[in-house]
Write a protein that binds this ligand. Structure first.
Ligand code: ADP
Ligand code: MG
Length: 877
């Protein structure tokens, strides 16, 4: 092992540069201290790092100075050559080369800087590092490593200076330093920071092979002072433990374990990252690098052989145990130095603890301490040989860094929290924006609705105005043509036809317009509805608007129908009222419906009938009938006018009744609050009542009661005239006499005489005459009758009063009525007492109508009661 001339021991080749700092030889093969070394487990990436060994010679102590004064030292140092000469005898020496030679004058500072500082720097960079002192007891191991330097700071040892350097180089914000302080004695590990832990076990990570002492107290160091306190505490515990075990500290190994965790961030970390930098995601989620360096500062037990001293008071086995760890270390280093296949690392706790320091990944420096005394030459020689062998141990330095997922997690949590807060802010802003937009949309909808409603209203008014205008024009035109009937019927018809077509097309256009506006509005509303989420109340409102709009449209359509039917009517102008005149008992009344008056004064011709018949086909009678029930009063009026006009035409009557017109008209009479409607309806009923089957139908529908009711309520003479006319027509039906009377028909007639209008009176008189005629006809047919129902209902006084009425029409009807009454003998007495005989007598003498005059005379002559009364009064028959 010992090799003259250094053999393989001197390896760094820097010895030529003698004026360079000695430390360079210690550093030359070390990896750079700033790490661009990628974290990797592959051996190819690891850096070769031989164990560095320095020799330190202790100065002669007082005893040596005294006892060995005459002897030469056993070692001679050539520090500039990094050589040590060990005296074999007076004439022979062995020379050894080391990485560094420290003379007795070497300062603690220089020893630290050469031996320990590079290791500390490596540990700060994430490597494991070991600084170990080996040597005979009393040669200065503890002085070199553990001197506190309380009294003299220049004597501070490696432990204190390492921590100073570490604390100066880390940032306490992101990095951490913690220490454990242990003693290994007789294969037992004791915790120097907590004596209660006196048997700490070593745990090896199966995967990484890392060794740890989970049971050891770990104290985080934040400042130098607290570290010094810890060292002192450890020292005190070590002393106490050794006293208790009755041993010396020189028999135990002291191990200070310093763990440094450093967080590497930013650019520095990039080089170590395994992530692909090109990915933007990678930048966000690249975890920081955590470098974990472990520094072991080992103050070994004295290397002297225990057995040699023999006086320690230990049994042999114990002595073996005491030195087990140290000798195991020697064996391991031998094996490593010789590249032996088997390294007995597991033989002792020390070798297990130092597994990484020798033959592992740690950067390791060894200080071999020797004394000058020739008396310990053998021990010094064995120490030097240990150092020489250790220099052959090659370590493969590997950076201990890992991704710091925990801190990344923390960082990401902070980021997530920030993002959540930001998201919440944005969410809120978004909701606010939505609310705003919704509000605006609602506003716009309601504006649009309002505009639409206004437009609709305007349009409606416009339509009505135009409609009224066209009606007015039409009337004016009709009146004009009535006054100037120049071109004959055909021309008028044609011109009206043209006018009508124009009007209809104009109205159609209006309707078209209205439909388009409505469509546009519907579209707009559905658009706005789409824009509006929810808002059912708005939808309901819009639906209402739409319904209203539809109603309006319907109303306009109805008006068009009415107008068209009127125009058609006008075209097919009527022949009817000529017939009425001929019949004598028909109602001439519709002429006086002022708004339609002009329609009836035309000379009809046969061609017009076809036009009227056409009307049903063009418009549809049912449609017109349905309009009688329209909610719109003006539509109703027009409809009832049309029906009344149609009803004046005998040819239409049957169809009207078939289409339910009569029922509808009666309903109008009952329900309508509009005087005009009731008047026109009554007129229409009056016209329908000319037909015998219709008369029965009217009776079946309680027509008499309705007419009587109308008669009682109406004040307008024209209405009364129509009602009276209708009843008068019914009075002419032989079969209905009794029922008509029992339902108040006669009383209704008599009630209407309160209105003194001659037209009304004339209809009343006609009714009475019709009734009386039926009664007399029945009596003539031999049907047994009682007293006249007319007399029963108190008609006689009015008959007598009006028998000589100025109006010839009234007078004529009354005269006829008297004659008919008189033909029935049962009435004679009442007639005599009521003064009717005088009137009959007057008629028989003065009536201008010869036929009535003759009838009266004949009646008087044929009644025994009248004849006897006249005789009694001396009147000539
Ligand atoms: P070891 O720990 O190896 O048993 P110590 O460190 O206890 O030896 O040293 C024994 C004595 O020698 C101590 O009093 C120590 O102060 C002293 N000593 C050791 N080395 C030196 C040195 N280089 N300079 C001055 N005194 C020293
Ligand atoms: Mg010591």
């Amino acid at each position: 092992m010992a090799s003259g001339g250094g053999g393989g021991g001197y390896r760094n080749g820097n010895h030529k540069a003698q004026n360079l700092r000695v430390s360079s030889s210690f550093k030359s093969k070390l990896p750079p201290s700033t790490s661009n070394v990628r974290r990797s487990s592959s051996a190819a990436d690891a850096v070769s790092g031989r164990v560095r060994v320095a020799v330190r010679l202790r100065p002669r102590n007082a005893e040596e100075l005294a006892a060995d004064a005459d002897f030469a030292d056993c070692v001679e140092l050539q520090p500039e050559l990094k050589r040590l000469k060990l005296r074999k005898n007076n004439w022979d020496t062995d020379t050894y080369e080391f990485d560094e030679i420290f003379t007795e004058f070497a300062s603690q500072k220089r020893v630290y800087e050469v031996v320990a500082k590079p290791v500390v720097e490596s540990v700060l960079d994430g490597y494991n590092g070991t600084v170990m002192a080996y040597g005979q007891t009393g040669t200065g191991k503890t002085y070199t490593l553990g001197q506190l330097g309380d009294d003299d700071t220049s004597t501070r040892g490696i432990m204190v200076r390492s921590m100073e350097d570490i604390l100066a180089n880390i940032s306490l914000g992101t990095d951490s330093v913690s220490v454990s302080y242990l003693q290994l004695y007789m294969e037992t590990i004791q915790d120097l920071l907590n004596p209660a832990n006196d048997n700490i076990s070593i745990v090896e990570d199966q995967k990484t092979g890392d060794v740890s002492l989970p049971g050891a107290t770990v104290v985080e160091v934040r400042d130098q002072q607290s570290f010094l306190e810890l060292l002192k505490l450890g020292e005190a515990h070590r002393y106490a433990a050794n006293t208790k075990l009755n041993t010396e500290s020189s028999r135990s190994h002291a191990i200070l374990m310093v763990n440094i965790k450093r967080s590497v961030s930013g650019r520095e970390a990039d080089a170590s990252a395994e992530f692909d930098d090109s990915s933007p995601l990678a930048t966000n989620f690249k975890p920081p690098i955590l470098r974990k360096g472990k520094l072991l500062l080992v103050d070994l037990a004295g290397s002297e052989r225990v057995l040699k001293s023999g006086s320690e008071g230990h049994m042999l086995e114990e002595a073996k145990s005491i030195n087990l760890s140290l000798s195991a270390l020697g064996k391991c280093i031998n094996a490593l130095a010789e590249n032996s296949a088997h390294v007995p690392v597991r033989d002792s706790k020390l070798t297990r603890l130092l597994k990484d320091s020798f033959g592992g990944t740690s950067r390791t420096s060894l200080v071999v301490t020797v004394g000058p005394s020739p008396r310990h030459r053998a021990e010094t020689a064995s120490t030097i040989l240990f150092g020489q062998r250790a220099m052959k141990v090659e370590n493969m330095l590997k950076i201990k860094e890992e991704f710091d997922y925990r801190s990344m997690c923390k960082r990401l949590e902070v980021q997530v929290d920030k993002l959540i807060a930001e998201n919440e802010r944005q969410q809120k802003a978004f909701e606010d924006e939505v609310k705003k937009i919704k509000l605006e949309a609602q506003q716009r909808v309601s504006e649009a609705e309002q505009n639409f409603a206004e437009e609709l209203k305007d349009e409606k008014i416009k339509c009505q105005m135009e409609y009224m205008d066209s009606i007015k024009k039409l009337e004016e035109k009709m009146l004009y043509q009535q006054k100037h009937p120049t071109n004959g019927v055909t021309d008028i018809g044609e011109s009206h036809g043209g006018f009508a077509t124009e009007e209809v097309s104009e109205l159609k256009k209006l309707l078209q317009n209205e439909i388009q506006i409505r469509k546009a509005a519907e579209e707009e509303i559905s658009n706005l509805k789409d824009q509006l989420p929810g808002g059912s109340s708005d939808t309901i409102y819009l639906q209402k608007l739409l319904e209203e709009e539809t109603r309006e449209k319907k109303r306009l359509e109805e008006e068009v129908i009415i107008l068209r039917s009127q125009l058609t009517l006008e075209d097919g102008q009527t022949r009817s009222y000529a017939d009425r005149g001929r019949n004598g008992n028909s109602l001439s009344g519709l002429e006086s419906l002022s708004s339609l008056r002009h329609l009836h004064y035309k000379n009809g011709n046969n061609e017009d009938r076809a036009a009227i018949t056409n009307l049903h086909e063009q418009v549809g009678l049912h449609k017109i009938m349905s309009l009688l029930e329209s909610e719109d009063a003006s539509v109703q009026i027009h409809a009832v006018k049309v029906v009344a006009n149609l009803a004046a035409e005998e040819a239409n009557q049957e169809k009207i009744v078939e289409a339910g017109g009569l029922t509808s008209l009666l309903m109008l009479l009952r329900n309508s609050e509009d005087e005009t409607i009731r008047r026109i309806a009554a007129g229409a009923i009056a016209n329908l009542a000319m037909n015998e089957s219709n008369q029965e139908l009217i009776m079946a529908h309680s027509g008499i009661s309705l007419l009587a009711m109308t008669a009682a309520e109406a004040e307008d003479p024209q209405t009364l005239r129509m009602v009276a006319g209708a009843i008068a027509n019914l009075c002419g039906n032989d079969k209905l006499q009794t029922r008509l009377r029992s339902e108040g028909g006669i009383r209704a007639l008599l009630g209407m005489v309160r209105c003194r209008h001659p037209d009304v009176l004339s209809q009343v008189a006609r009714g009475i005459a019709n009734f009386a005629k039926c009664e007399s006809r029945a009596s003539a047919q031999g049907i047994k009758l009682g007293r006249s129902l007319l007399i029963e209902d108190g008609a006689l006084p009015w008959i007598v009063q009006n028998a000589n009425n100025e109006a010839s029409l009234i007078r004529r009807h009354v005269e006829l009525a008297l004659c008919h009454l008189a033909q029935h003998e049962v009435n004679a007495k009442d007639m005599i007492s009521g003064g009717a005989l005088w009137e009959l007598y007057r008629i028989s003498r003065d009536c201008t109508r010869e036929d009535i005059k003759a009838l009266a005379r004949q009646t008087l002559a044929s009644s025994p009661t009248f004849l006897s009364e006249m005789r009694r009064l001396h009147i000539d028959v």
